[in-house]
Design a protein around this ligand. Sequence first.
Ligand SMILES: [Zn+2]
Length: 53
Amino acid sequence: MVWECQACGYIYDRKNVDKASEVSPPTDFPADWVCPICSVGPEFLEEVSGRSS
Ligand SMILES: [Zn+2]
């Protein structure tokens, strides 16, 4: 599952962070996730459909 930050376009690919952050289903990203580029919260993340890195 891939998410895109609507503020800056940062791509959050869960496959790339699963092992590091250990986010458990059904949460797709941590509740306290902060964009590493523009520092917005998870409310700015939007699921990118049809893209599988
Ligand atoms: Zn961002």
